[in-house]
Design a protein around this ligand. Structure first.
Ligand SMILES: [Mn+2]
Length: 247
């Protein structure tokens, strides 16, 4: 494989096949051939099989997300929950495909992870406490990442596009979400993540003479199709998140 000059980082698709198609077509139109998928591919009240079929067609490096792991490992108590429905839908082949993804991928001098380099269910850029989600400063981020040797660290999980240039010269990128622009969660503390508009997000990393740079991309797509699907599956919360990018 030749050395990539550009890498598309996609993440948190969450079964949104409509958003994924728009993002893959944007990546193709830019001539970018290297794709890294940071995980949380299928979980959600949307189009699990359509999303899996799209992803099977593209050669991508893949990282396993916490919702991918939940989908293959967790037996839900409520049979009407989105997780229970997804587990019924999931084929044995899709199960193996989710299970096969590693927790991190290293490409060139870039470390890709879902949450942090150590956990798939924690935010790299945020701390959670009783007030909600609090952004780390660049100094806190630098301290957290001091044992990481790569020059660029790319994470996802928060569904929020962010870039930080650390004092030591490293670049840290939180890729936004392809398929779910906002959500609220109640564990371990109640918090909301919002990108404040309904666009599908992904990031492009570009090699320059001085290292890698990051650009966050917003792609318009037929979000009303995803909204209708969420509504049909009884998730009015997802419908609002998809339509507005707010909780
Ligand atoms: Mn996640």
């Amino acid at each position: 494989m030749s050395t990539p000059q550009s890498i598309a980082a996609i993440a948190d698709i969450h079964g949104n096949r409509w958003a994924l198609e728009a993002v893959l077509s944007d990546i193709r139109a830019r001539g970018i051939e290297t794709i890294v998928d940071l995980g949380d591919d299928l979980y959600g009240p949307l189009d699990l099989h359509g999303t899996a079929a799209q992803l099977a067609k593209i050669p991508a490096f893949r990282v396993q997300g916490n919702c991918d792991r939940m989908l293959i490992e967790t037996d839900p108590i409520d049979p009407a929950s989105t997780l229970a429905r997804n587990r019924v839908e999931l084929t044995a082949e899709q199960n193996l495909w989710l299970a096969a993804a590693p927790r991190t991928v290293t490409l060139e001098n870039i470390l890709f992870c879902h949450g942090t380099p150590w956990r798939d269910d924690e935010y790299l850029f945020w701390a959670l406490d009783s007030t909600g989600a609090v952004l780390h400063t660049v100094d806190q981020l630098q301290t957290t990442l001091q044992s990481i040797e790569q020059a660029v660290i790319v994470c996802a999980h928060s569904h929020t596009p962010l870039t930080r240039n650390l004092p030591n010269g490293k670049l840290v990128v939180n890729v936004g979400s392809v398929g779910l622009p906002a959500y609220s969660d109640d564990a371990p503390y109640a918090h909301a993540m919002q990108s404040n508009s309904p666009y599908a997000r992904y990031a492009i990393l570009t090699r320059s003479n001085s290292g890698w740079t990051a650009e966050h991309i917003s792609v318009a797509y037929d979000w009303e199709a995803a909204v209708r699907c969420a509504e049909q599956n009884g998730r009015v919360d997802w419908a609002k998140w998809l339509r507005t990018g707010t909780v």
